[in-house]
Ligand binder design. Sequence first.
Ligand code: ATP
Length: 250
Amino acid sequence: MIKAKNLTKKFKDFIAVDHINIEVPKGQIFGFLGPNGAGKTTTIRMLTGTLKPTEGEIEILGLDMKKNEIEIKRRIGVVPDEPKIYNHLKGFEYLEFVMDIYNTNNSETLNRINELCKAFEVNYLEKLISDMSHGMKQKLILISVLMRKPEVIFLDEPTVGLDAKSAKILKELLKKYSEQGTTIFLTTHILEIAEKMCDVIAIINKGKIIAQGTIDGLKKQSGSKNKTLEDLFLELTAQEEDIKRIVESL
Ligand SMILES: Nc1ncnc2c1ncn2[C@@H]1O[C@H](COP(=O)(O)OP(=O)(O)OP(=O)(O)O)[C@@H](O)[C@H]1O
């Protein structure tokens, strides 16, 4: 469903994403982890057609991104890390706008909006987006994506700004959708989310994928099944010694 081959992005001389390979089959929840600045958002932007790669191939839903960008964009859903949406619109106007773009202004979608609003306790669709908090905007974007039931969903740090109940509902919903065949690609800094939700994870560091597999598989490779994902992540990204040194110096 999601394939990237030798995917690379250079910003002038700086290599933000360095020849990475990713393959996510239908119905899988794929977790993309990495320290700040590792290249996660840059990768998502390339996979979703908002940033042109410097090198490499992308295939989504069996379609080549170079030839079928519009078709891919029509069939995927993207929840970006920053909820940048039209501030001058009210919540319901934004949802209507998205329904018009995707040509899904029908009773089925309206019913789904109602259900999703109830689930995420969104009772502020009359408010202007400019007057909404970060979490309120995040929930509006989530609804605008989930209401369309896209076949592939990309989420960049989706639980940031969400209260505990909304975050839990989102996690449960994503699991349910994946069981129904939706393919999910998400980034998170919350390793517990990765551990509980993801079928497969990849860890990116300085633009390169340094580990990829199931969490159990990665633990086995590291030689200790008792390690937590946090231990494994810090070890692989060579941050464990740094942390010891920093804490000792404080
Ligand atoms: N438009 C740009 N121009 C120049 N450099 C960029 C640009 N976008 C991203 N970068 C750089 O590419 C690197 C990867 O950034 P990216 O946003 O992909 O990281 P990330 O893994 O998503 O980080 P975080 O976890 O902090 O969100 C960073 O060093 C960043 O400064």
